[in-house]
Ligand binder design. Structure first.
Ligand code: PLP
Ligand code: ZN
Length: 403
């Protein structure tokens, strides 16, 4: 039910009837705009409460003609779980939201299910993506479900589980001897020649629409009183931009108060922290690519996100913050969270690792309601959970005592 698409830099407006990438005039990222008053008159919080708990319940807020356009693999609301105070660095109100429960086990399912649905409606048949891994796996899954040809360009050291997913779900795979930025350059070079629609992070307006529904889902789960702070692991930045767009739309609808938009805190890895650097220097965009980007959190290894000005705007306008954590802290946090039953990926663990930093830097109040966004499952990075097989006794079938 969108009205138009608008350039986030120069404001130029585009019609919604053809597949769109970035602004032809200035290269700015494009965003869907809606007549929210009109939608708000048709859909109420009470109506939404009666619908199934999946983000598709907000379909009127998506650029789709109707339910028949949905390409779904069954996306549930993901749970919000409270962390005990002694496990949360003495903060009383820390919650996690576990998106590892979505199809393909990361939050990337949100953006890709909506993007594939929109693109299918527009007649797109062949899609391409440069990806650190999880976005490609999600596109492979939804592309397969939607009957599209999927082409993926990933760094050659992409986590093996994602590579397996892409391969078995029928994606065409190119491995790149470089980082996601190198993969992106190759996609730009070849996409027109091969007739592929580019679904790159921040280079099309569709994926943001899936991520914005994180804000809708969170707001409803918190009974329309969103948390004070959301801590989000950030690479390309689509998640944070989506959250900001979603909460802004909720304010425009009058469904939440303006001062209840959560402060958006970006977490990166010290091995690749271009947004943190720009934030600390008071810059409005990432001027140069992070050199020798290196981190175990593959999804955070984005040396120069496209349209970084939007990520920094989301942080600044929500009175948010940006901080970085080391790979050692990420690994320790993966272990700590696993000990409490949460088996999460390194990107997700970075949010937990950031808590002591944010405490030291006086960013959080003791009674703040804080949400750590767990963007994916540890099952996708099994290699990082080391075990020593030899340390486990192997019992004979008829063992009558334990060693
Ligand atoms: C599990 C996971 N978390 C977080 C991110 C970062 O998300 P974004 O690119 O929206 O900043 C990624 C990106 O690939 C990811 O795979
Ligand atoms: Zn523009």
């Amino acid at each position: 039910m969108s009205s138009f698409v608008e350039c986030s830099l120069c404001g130029f407006k585009y019609s919604v009837n053809t597949p769109l990438n970035v602004c032809d005039r200035c290269g700015g990222a494009l965003l869907f705009r809606y007549d929210l008053n009109l939608i708000g008159n048709k859909v109420s919080k009470d109506i939404l409460k009666e619908r199934d708990d999946t983000f598709w319940k907000f379909i009127e807020f998506l650029p789709l003609k109707g339910e028949d356009s949905i390409v779904s693999l069954g996306e549930p609301y993901t749970p919000i779980i409270h962390l005990a105070k002694d496990f949360a660095f003495n903060f009383s109100n820390v919650f996690v939201k576990d998106d590892g429960r979505l199809p393909t086990a990361t939050f990337k399912a949100r953006g890709m299910s909506v993007a594939v649905s929109c693109l299918k409606e527009l007649g797109v048949k062949r899609v391409v993506i440069p990806s650190a891994g999880n976005a490609a796996a999600a596109l492979a899954a939804y592309g397969a479900r939607g009957g599209m040809e999927v082409y993926t360009f990933m760094p050659k050291d992409v986590p093996l589980s994602t590579l397996r997913e892409c391969a078995h779900m029928g994606a065409n795979i190119f491995l790149v001897d470089g980082l996601i930025s190198d993969a992106a350059r190759l996609v730009s070079k070849f996409k027109d020649k091969y007739g592929w629609f580019d679904v790159s992070t921040n280079k099309q307006p569709y994926r943001f629409e899936g991520y914005k529904l994180m804000a809708f889902e969170i707001a409803e789960q918190f009974d329309w009183n969103p948390p004070d702070v959301i801590i989000f692991p950030t690479g390309g930045g689509e998640g944070v931009i989506g959250l900001w767009k979603g909460f802004s739309e909720l304010v425009e609808l009058g469904w939440i108060e303006e001062n209840s938009i959560p402060r958006l805190v970006v977490v990166q890895s010290t091995g690749c922290a271009p947004i943190v650097k720009a934030f600390r220097n008071g810059e409005s965009e990432v001027a140069e690519a992070w050199r020798e980007a290196d981190t175990i959190a593959a999804g955070l290894r984005v040396p120069k996100p496209y349209a970084s000005y939007l990520i920094l705007k989301a942080v600044k306008e929500t009175n948010g913050y940006a901080t970085a954590v080391s790979d050692e802290e990420i690994l320790a946090s993966m272990k700590a969270l696993a000990k409490s039953g949460l088996f999460v990926c390194p990107e997700a663990a970075a949010t937990y690792a950031s808590l002591p930093h944010l405490k030291d830097e006086d960013v959080l109040d003791g009674d703040d309601k804080i949400l750590l966004y767990l963007t994916g499952s540890g099952l996708k990075y099994l290699d990082l959970f080391k075990i020593d097989f030899k340390s486990y006794p192997v019992l004979r079938k008829d063992a009558d005592s334990l060693p």
